[in-house]
Design a protein around this ligand. Sequence first.
Ligand code: GTP
Ligand code: MG
Length: 436
Amino acid sequence: MKNNRTIAAVSTAAGKGAIAIVRLSGDKSEQIARKILCAENNKIKYKEMNRYALKTSAVKDDVTAVFFKAPKSYTGEDVVEIYCHGNNGIAEEIVLECIRLGASAAENGEFTKRAFLNNKIDLTQAEGIIDIINAESKASINAAYSAIEGDIFKEIETVQKEILSMNAEAGAAVDYPEENIEEVTAQQLLKRINTQKAKLEKLIKSYDGGKKMKDGVKVAIVGEPNAGKSMLLNRLLGCDRAIVTDIEGTTRDTLEEKFEYRGIIFTLIDTAGLRETENEIEKYGIERSYKAIGKADVILSVFEPNKSSVINDGDKSKIIKVLNKSDIYLGGNEDYDIKLSAKTGENVEKLKDLIFEKTCKDISANGATLTNARQLGAVESAFDALERAENSAKNDAFDCIISDLNDAYRALGAVTGAFASDDVVNEIFSRFCVGK
Ligand SMILES: Nc1nc2c(ncn2[C@@H]2O[C@H](COP(=O)(O)OP(=O)(O)OP(=O)(O)O)[C@@H](O)[C@H]2O)c(=O)[nH]1
Ligand SMILES: [Mg+2]
């Protein structure tokens, strides 16, 4: 794709730092940079980082710069990166000077969008780039990296290739039935469709783990007043975050805090103690407690000695029954999953493991992992189309097989971007920052 505008932007975050980077992309990149960098022999050497005396109409600086010649650059176009001292004023002035010399200010994500339009990357890789920038945990960094490496793209591509070849063979069987070539049978196609369906099913199943790697796991801490929920929150976080008192109904509002454990972000939600109350404020708080139960991936049902779990709502498989105050426990209630003391810390590390095992044990760090609903929706559509193709194959309906396979192919194209609408593409790149 040819784009006539040469674009420029600061690529590093605003603020003081060791260096700031200005990026130029487009046909005129080298020509514009040459003027600003007072380059020797009036040329910027490509593939080499060199030192230049930068001079704009307003500022001077001692900088380095690299010229990446098309197509071997991030965008696939000619790109120049200028590394100046980490002062925003200098970096912004370089961009302004580039604009004076004929460049345009880059829009959000325009460099990466150009990489996509020039077929350097597909949409899943572009999404990986946004995700790695926004990642809050090691697991989310690694999931994003896998997308950037093209793990999702490659998986989709292999399925698409097989669909194309099935379609070609099915097409030949329809178009030249009388010719004496060995034709593919519906039975053979059925087997092959099933193999591809299994691949997509694996991808669909990867989403649950992928979402947890990317967005983390929500843990609601619920129970009666004074069960020790807030003290447990503080203990899990390792800091004195929530107010703890022996007055029942201390916590009124929900309170969310994150911590990272074994590479995953866990969002703890401390909630108002559940009880019958006439107090308006507490009632609102309790409503929120139930909302927290509804959106949690795991529910810590906290209770004191001589009491029991009061959570009967929501998905039971998500509940961990936590008997708190083991330091004053004298026996009696054996119906718990873990017995611990928020006060002394006894077994609190074990609780973290229990939460991890319950929510993350199936997460695989290897292979293609879907991490967003857009990808999931498109892969599910492709799966449905293959299911239709499967039925068509069972009925020996070759025309239908071909059209169903085409549907699957296009749905997969929406994942990689080959068949994504402009709106989808624009929405994805609008989430990038300027300069990326
Ligand atoms: N002995 C002992 N006391 C605890 C433990 N955990 C909490 N407590 C005490 O229990 C009381 C209530 O603790 P909180 O953490 O405020 O209880 P809560 O469940 O958040 O209560 P509400 O916010 O009112 O719903 C406080 O006096 C704590 O010191 C524990 O493990 N052992
Ligand atoms: Mg509390």
